[in-house]
Structure formats: structure tokens, C-alpha cells
Design a protein around this ligand. Structure first.
Ligand SMILES: [Zn+2]
Length: 317
């Protein structure tokens, strides 16, 4: 039997455009991801269900690919009307609902931004802006998922951990039919953003770009005929996309090294040099981007880092 999957496109106010959520008609009717929390997205979801001959009440469970706003925003409203089990990565509940973690996350980013080269005030301002997003207090994830887990209610589907874009990112793989539902791990023809999440207190942060490259290689090894992405069109030619993504990563690494060829620099110096017209607007996106590229170059022993007055300074080896 061929797995029936319906794609529903919901509007967002993000530059990336609409977000895709999916209905998988397994043993349980499963909604994969939950759009952004706006009236417009909510109405579109209800309308799309209606045009498929369904109602919200018929959804039996929800799986989240990761905790970002545009993938979990409508969760609260859906659960108010239809309190079904929610499945997600084992860390998603922490990122969405743990007040103590959010507090720690603010302090973690304040330090990281300062070490990157932001002023004391700037580091504080940006760190707490990130922290003060909506918390879904009281959200309970039914079961935290990990690599290789099967998905309750969806026989034939398996969890593939795909960290990089976020630390709780999972994809769902149907080996028999060679289908991948990949959230934001892979998006056709755009550079996938690499974000940092604070680690659990007392632990080291992950190096998301290294994870991302490894997880792309992992997907390259899987037989996949069709990939359903969190944004944009379905992907039929996954390996081409993955090789493009490797090239983009190498380009960025090269550009960072070109900046360092002129002399030592902080992370912020590199951001200003590479994105002079754009960095002020989406500063934190660029901080994450460049931090992750610097991780990669350090891992490859191509650059050297030292600390000067509490700020990391990078130079070519
Ligand atoms: Zn995302």
C-alpha cells in the first residue's frame, strides 16, 4: 500500500515564505508540524483540512520536526480543541516548555555573544531577546524520540536525527517507500540556516555545522525517492541538493579565511566584513552562521583561536 501524504502550505511572516505541514495517513492520522501562530495560518489550516474532507478533531497525533516558531506555532490552539499526543525529539520539551532552561539559555548566549565580539550591552540585549520567546508552559511531549525509533501510530516510519538547523531536529524516513519528511534539514535551493541552541546546563555546546554536514552525508546514504521539506517544493533529486549544500559550506569557509588572511579578527569583525550592509538587521543569524563556520575551521585545524580580554580572536594557522 502506498503511504498517503497530504501537504498543507501555511503562510508565515518570515522571509522564507510559507511553511509546509503534512498529514500522514498512517494507522493514526498524523499531523507533521504545526505552522506559525497567526489567525491567517490557523484559518488556512482549517480550510485545508476541510477541503480534504477532514476536521481538526480527526487528527489523532502530532509529530514536530523541531521547536522553531514556524513549525510549532499552532500547537497550542490545536491542542485546546483536540488534545492529542505530541511526539518530538527528546529535547524539544526542554526547548519549548522549561523555564529554568530558558533562563540558563539567556545567560549562555549573553556570554557567547560577548565572546564573539558584541559589546556588553549588545550581548545582553540580544541574548534575552532570544530567550523571551513564547514558552508553551505545560506542554508534555508524549515520548521523546531518538535516532532509529519507530513512530507510534506510523508503522514503517523511522526517526532519523538531523541536528544542525536546530539541536532537536528530526526527520522521518519510510524505508520501504523511500520517502523522507525532513523539516528544515533540507530546503530546495536555499541555504539552510544553522542555529545554535544552548546546551543542557553544565554541558558543552554542540558544533551545529559539523553535525549538519554529517547528517547530510547520512541522508546521502539512504535510498530516497521523494523528500518532503518544511518549506518550498518536494525534492526529487536529493543528492544534487546535498552536494550544492556542501559547496555553499565550503564557500563560506573560504570567505571567512579570506577575511582572516588580512589579519586576526573577532567573530563580529568577520560578520561586519562579510555582510556590511546586512548584519545590523539579522545580527544573531550571522553570529550563528559565522560561529558555526569558525567551529568547522577549528575542527579542520585551519585557524587558530585565542582569548583576549574575554573575547575570542581568530587567525589563520
Ligand atoms: Zn527551523
Amino acid at each position: 500500500m502506498v503511504q498517503r501524504i497530504e501537504k498543507i502550505e501555511l503562510p508565515t511572516n518570515f522571509p522564507i515564505g510559507p511553511v509546509n505541514v503534512y498529514l500522514v495517513f498512517g494507522v493514526k492520522l498524523t499531523l507533521i508540524d504545526a505552522g506559525i501562530k497567526t489567525e491567517q495560518a490557523w484559518n488556512e489550516l482549517l480550510d485545508s483540512l476541510k477541503s480534504l474532507g477532514l476536521t481538526l478533531q480527526e487528527i489523532e497525533q502530532i509529530v514536530l520536526t523541531h521547536h522553531h516558531n514556524d513549525h510549532m506555532g499552532l500547537l497550542e490552539w490545536i491542542l485546546e480543541k483536540n488534545p492529542v499526543p505530541v511526539y518530538a525529539h527528546k529535547d524539544t520539551e526542554t526547548y519549548l516548555a522549561d523555564q529554568a532552561y530558558m533562563k540558563w539559555s539567556g545567560a549562555f548566549f549573553e556570554k557567547l555573544f560577548y565572546e564573539f565580539g558584541l559589546s556588553k550591552d549588545g550581548a545582553k540585549k540580544w541574548a534575552y531577546r532570544k530567550r523571551d520567546r513564547d514558552l508553551l508552559a505545560g506542554l508534555k511531549i508524549e515520548k521523546g524520540l531518538q535516532e532509529g525509533d519507530s513512530v507510534p501510530g506510523l508503522p514503517g516510519w523511522e526517526v532519523i536525527e538531523t541536528q544542525g538547523h536546530s539541536q532537536d531536529h528530526i526527520s522521518l524516513y519510510h524505508a520501504k517507500e523511500q520517502i523522507l519528511i525532513c523539516g528544515d534539514h533540507i530546503i530546495d535551493d536555499i541555504h539552510v540556516g544553522i542555529f545554535l541552541d544552548a546546551p543542557h546546563p553544565g554541558e558543552q555546546r554542540a558544533k551545529p555545522l559539523l553535525q549538519y554536514v554529517e547528517n547530510l552525508k547520512k541522508c546521502l546514504k539512504l535510498p530516497i525517492k521523494i523528500t518532503y521539506s518544511g518549506h518550498g517544493p518536494d525534492i526529487y533529486d536529493l543528492s544534487r541538493f546535498i552536494y550544492t549544500q556542501f559547496e555553499r559550506t565550503e564557500n563560506r569557509a573560504r570567505r571567512v579565511k579570506n577575511v582572516l588572511a588580512k589579519g586576526e579578527a573577532t567573530g563580529l569583525d568577520i560578520v561586519k566584513e562579510m555582510y556590511p550592509d546586512r548584519y545590523k538587521k539579522g545580527l544573531i543569524t550571522f553570529v550563528f552562521e559565522i560561529t558555526s563556520v569558525l567551529d568547522l575551521l577549528i575542527d579542520r585545524d585551519e585557524i587558530f583561536v585565542k582569548k583576549k580580554d574575554g573575547v575570542y580572536v581568530y587567525s589563520l594557522i
